[in-house]
Design a protein around this ligand. Sequence first.
Ligand code: TYD
Length: 208
Amino acid sequence: MFITLEGPDGSGKSTHINPLADYLKGQGYSVLITREPGGTEIGDQIRLILSDLKNTGMHSHSETLLFLAARAQLVHQVIKPHLKDGFIVLCDRYADSTLAYQGYGHQNDLEEIKILINFATGGLKPDLTLLLDMDVEEGLKRKAGGSEWNRLDAYSLEFHQRVRQGYHSLAESEPGRWVMIEAGGFEDDVQAALRRVVKDRLITPVGS
Ligand code: TYD
């Protein structure tokens, strides 16, 4: 099973992914955690270019292609082989981030981006996508308090609001794959909700 976590900046994906993996391991599953951009040596090098605050001149199409280059490497080197070996793969961001940020955020053509995503991933789609949804300003405040402030966080508030709305549209267009979780509340409540959703989905896969 391939599970992705999505959400606006500061929504807490990175906080929740480890305890969610521990829970699944406790249930006897083999679990791989990975993240985007990154997750491979090549992807981590691309991540540095993308997040570097001095790269303010980066065109949104270059940005899109760099995210996709990192993703292609991750899919082929890490995700597909682990899925084949029976792992549950938990990924902190995936293709929907590109649609939300480079598509809705930068207002680029979604259909063109979908074609590029298909090329990069060989058509690999998540079985389940967990959307950690929360107020954009709250999320950015949370993030600014941490250490990893980067070039992408520095985009305007309007950009981040379009990203959040984009996530809502994506979730509505594929309700069988997406589950939206309110992430502004207490950490323990959010984690409990995530576990509930994943547990239900492992018992009753979509389409069964
Ligand atoms: P990161 O520090 O990992 O943020 P987060 O913890 O919120 O995931 O930085 C990743 C940034 O890259 C984040 O702002 C979202 C952005 N992003 C895109 O714009 N497009 C993409 O395809 C991906 C994977 C990430």
